[in-house]
Write a protein that binds this ligand. Structure first.
Ligand code: IMP
Ligand code: MG
Length: 359
């Protein structure tokens, strides 16, 4: 394959602990710009992406948002896939009238088995507040080189025959299928999962996920880094954390103002329904995640939530700073980022759950 067939790659990534409204940015980009492929490069069904199409809310976990816009969508080799979960999500999309023939899964994906899920529920969910989707046990097998690739699994179990496909919605090609296999080409949008501080290398190990969530790892999809054009980072104007993490102690939930922010901001996990702990935006951490990710654009969402609650604070050099108004806080954040993030071209504040103006 020549690298010439890929024109450009844009990436949307999370800059915090997941749940930064990446889905909204992806949706806005797909509505405004021309993309030939939309891809997921990491994670599995532990993610939850919320997208509004014509005012209706949809949630996906593993399938990229291209499917909502009639664009081919690819689940790359560094993702983790449980076939039952994938089948269920395909069914949900089909029932809602979306064309799931556009979905392609890399042959090299390592599958999440039911044993992986059981081990996750018994061990990781209790100790670390994992989502219970089987990610860590599957990752152990993948890097221990005892995992099973999806292609081998399908062949071994004979699903590539007309008569035996236990999945209602997954298309398994016949053994002698001669249809051309798609390759990534043109303009590509990569959709991140989780966030910078959940990354296996950068996060508060072991309170992390078993994926590389930073944009560099989107290259695992099969393109050279030189093709990357824009990197859109997603953040919120306050921080949230779901799952165990000693840097977000449980006592935080007792703070009335923070609890109110969680309530107004509907801070409940879209995969697990658990309530997220809320803390003031840590501006030092945001600067670091922007700079290491190489963001050219950043969208800071949920400014409307702070406006409703009426308290404007952030965390700087281990101290809480307070502002009189939302505008004062936004100006301060912009100055901080403009002076410390040299690759950053655009800062957008967003107060709508459905769209991003100015992207
Ligand atoms: P796992 O990815 O299910 O193994 O969970 C590991 C940690 O990452 C737990 O603290 C989870 O709550 C967190 N986590 C995983 N996926 C997401 C996500 O999409 N949003 C927020 N937190 C997540
Ligand atoms: Mg999410």
């Amino acid at each position: 394959m020549s690298s010439k067939i890929i024109d450009s790659v844009d990436i949307v990534c999370g800059l915090a602990w997941g749940d930064e409204a990446k889905g909204k940015i992806v949706s806005e980009l797909l509505a405004k710009k021309k993309y030939d492929w939309v891809c997921r490069w990491s994670g599995g069904s532990n993610a939850g992406h919320t997208i509004y199409i014509n005012g209706k809310k949809y949630t996906t976990h593993i399938i990229p948002a291209g499917v909502f816009y009639g664009i081919p969508s690819y689940i790359g080799p560094d993702c983790y896939v449980n076939l039952e979960d994938l089948d269920e999500e395909m069914g949900y999309l089909q029932e809602n009238g979306f064309n799931t023939d556009l979905i392609r899964v890399s042959n090299n994906v390592i599958i999440i088995t039911n044993q992986h899920k059981q081990e996750d529920l018994l061990k990781y969910k209790k100790q670390q507040g994992s989502t219970g989707k089987g990610i860590a046990p599957c990752a152990k097998d993948k890097y221990g080189r005892t995992g099973v690739r999806i292609n081998d699994f399908i062949i071994k179990n004979g699903f590539r025959t007309k008569y035996f496909n236990p999945f209602k919605h997954i298309w398994c090609p016949e053994k002698n299928d001669t249809r051309e296999i798609d390759v990534l080409k043109g303009n590509i949008l990569c959709e991140g999962a989780q966030g910078f501080w959940l990354d296996i290398n950068q996060g508060n190990y072991p309170y992390v996920t078993s994926s590389t969530t930073l944009p560099y790892s989107a290259c695992s999809l099969g393109f050279p880094p030189q093709k990357i054009r824009h990197i859109y980072g997603a953040a919120k104007i306050y921080d949230t954390r779901v799952g165990t993490d000693p840097s977000f102690p449980d006592e935080m939930k007792n703070d009335e103002v923070l609890a109110k922010i969680g309530e107004v901001g509907k801070e409940f996990g879209s995969t697990t329904g658990r309530s997220r702990k809320v803390w003031w935006l840590n501006i030092n951490k945001l600067v670091e995640s922007i700079n290491i990710s190489g963001c050219t654009h950043i969208v800071i969402s949920k400014t409307d939530v702070l406006d409703i609650v009426g308290v404007f604070k952030l965390y700087l050099d281990n101290k809480v700073e307070e502002f009189e108004t939302l505008d004062d806080m936004k100006i301060y954040i912009s100055e901080c980022l403009n002076s410390q993030c040299d690759l950053l071209q655009t800062i957008i504040f967003s107060d709508s759950p459905e769209c991003v103006e100015g992207i």
